[in-house]
Design a protein around this ligand. Structure first.
Ligand code: GRF
Length: 187
């Protein structure tokens, strides 16, 4: 199988990155993680890139030309697929245009509900019956592209933000790889 050269964008802990690295090491998984981009120099997730000897770069998204730096590096590493895994910055139109239908994101809610930040506190406040995660294509709208996979669980009366986060993460570790397999099975 020819694996797609993939770049994972992160900003924080990188537990989804860690999970995708583990999956990508299987011969039949459709992607190879060829580059990790972080916009946070202190992102813990960078340690997974180091541990598994995956090239990684820091992009200062406060600088004007940061987008060019991203595009140049994507070309350099021949990237044909992008996964946003906790990347806390909206992807620019230009990047989306260059990678139409080739950028996916994971979001910790059942989209279209709870786009944006602070999903768990909002889920509790709204007394939602269900919570979960969504893997979707990225377009110009925040958390707005078409869905690839969604997984849910029922919220218990005694769930707090931390518990919701843990339960959601567990689902994410299944949803992200399944979504990637689904995308490339179609092609
Ligand atoms: C995940 O919950 C994801 O849904 C959201 O950011 C979080 C990233 O977690 N977009 P991690 O950095 O992969 O641990």
């Amino acid at each position: 199988m020819v694996k797609r050269n993939t770049c994972i964008f992160i900003s924080g802990k990188g537990t989804n990155l860690k999970n995708l690295i583990a999956h990508s090491r299987h011969a039949n998984f459709p992607i190879k993680i060829s580059l990790v981009i972080s916009n946070n120099r202190k992102a813990e997730g960078i340690n997974y890139a180091k541990k598994f000897k995956i090239p990684y770069i820091f992009i200062n998204t406060k600088l004007k030309n940061y987008e060019n730096k991203i595009l140049l590096n994507l070309q350099k590493y021949k990237i044909s697929f992008i996964c946003l895994a906790g990347f806390m910055k909206i992807i620019s139109k230009n990047l989306i245009m260059n990678y139409q239908k080739k950028i996916i994101n994971i979001h910790p809610s059942l989209l279209p509900k709870f786009k944006g930040l602070n999903t768990f506190s909002r889920i509790l406040k709204e007394k939602e019956v269900k919570a979960g995660c969504t893997v979707h294509y990225v377009n110009e709208k925040l958390d707005g592209g078409s869905k690839i996979i969604q997984k849910f669980f029922f919220v218990n009366d005694d769930d707090n933000e931390l518990i919701l986060q843990e339960k959601t993460h567990k689902l994410e570790y299944r949803a992200f790889p399944e979504a990637i397999i689904k995308i490339f099975r179609k092609n």
